[in-house]
Design a protein around this ligand. Structure first.
Ligand SMILES: C[S@@+](CC[C@H](N)C(=O)[O-])C[C@H]1O[C@@H](n2cnc3c(N)ncnc32)[C@H](O)[C@@H]1O
Length: 223
């Protein structure tokens, strides 16, 4: 994704309640400290322009969303969308998502992790820059609550298959569970901006989720 300077943020809108940076964090992520409630907590890594956060915070006022984005302009744009919508259940954190997870997200705190259309880094020598790599997958496994869910969508078949293999090797998450193409009638019905772009160009999208086992023993089989 190109890093264009951001010209669409109305500077009169106060972003302070919706914007933080990884580098300035001093305390581990806590849904009670950040949102004042023990409700379900979901984190999106690589939020881009923030369509997912803008729509999900409004559709699910009983859940709390932390968005994360490396690019400064996009992080501010995503925060602006939530501030403009006056939602109180979403906060954007600018910075490296891998560092956010590694250093600031405690064990078993997340109900869901969302990763949509991460940069594919096509060249073999750049693959190590991918978000979906063993260390991050171990952190997803560690930070999800039992029964928590990873949502992973991409338009790159090779990235999809490689991620499924990495998840099988480096986590105990079950999946992939295939997600059929959701209906989209309006601009904002898409999960993210990239999903919208891919579907408008008739490009296939690979959608799936993976669940962390609950740890509860299986129900006895009735004979
Ligand atoms: C291809 S874009 C997809 C954006 C959005 N998820 C969508 O589907 O429209 C990938 C995004 O991930 C961000 N990104 C890349 N590496 C990241 C990292 N380590 N931490 C957080 N964000 C990252 C990029 O800046 C970019 O905005």
């Amino acid at each position: 994704m190109t890093r264009r300077p951001n010209t669409r943020i109305d500077s009169s809108v106060d972003l302070s309640a919706h914007y933080r940076t990884v580098e300035a964090l001093t305390q581990p992520l806590s849904v009670v400290d950040w949102f004042g409630s023990p409700g379900p907590l979901e984190v999106e890594v690589g939020s881009g322009k923030g369509l997912f956060l803008e729509t999900q915070t409004q559709q699910h006022p009983d859940r709390f969303f932390v968005g994360n984005e490396l690019a400064f302009g996009y992080a501010r744009l995503a925060a602006f969308r939530m501030a403009k919508a006056r939602v109180t259940n979403g906060i954007m954190v600018q910075g490296d998502g891998l560092k956010l997870f590694r250093e600031w997200i405690p064990d078993e705190t997340l109900d869901a992790v969302h990763v949509y259309f991460p940069d594919p880094w096509w060249k073999e020598r750049h693959r190590k820059r991918r978000v979906m790599q063993p260390g991050f997958i171990a952190d997803i496994q560690r930070t999800l609550k039992p029964g928590g869910r990873l949502h992973f969508w991409t338009d790159v078949e090779e990235y999809y298959e490689t991620t499924c293999e990495l998840l099988a090797e480096h986590s105990q998450l079950s999946g992939p569970v295939f997600v059929p193409e959701p209906p989209a009638e309006h601009d904002r019905d898409y999960r993210t901006h990239f999903e919208r772009r891919m579907r408008r160009n008739d490009h296939p999208v690979f959608r799936s989720y993976f669940d962390k086992p609950t740890g509860r023993p299986a129900e006895p089989v009735k004979h």
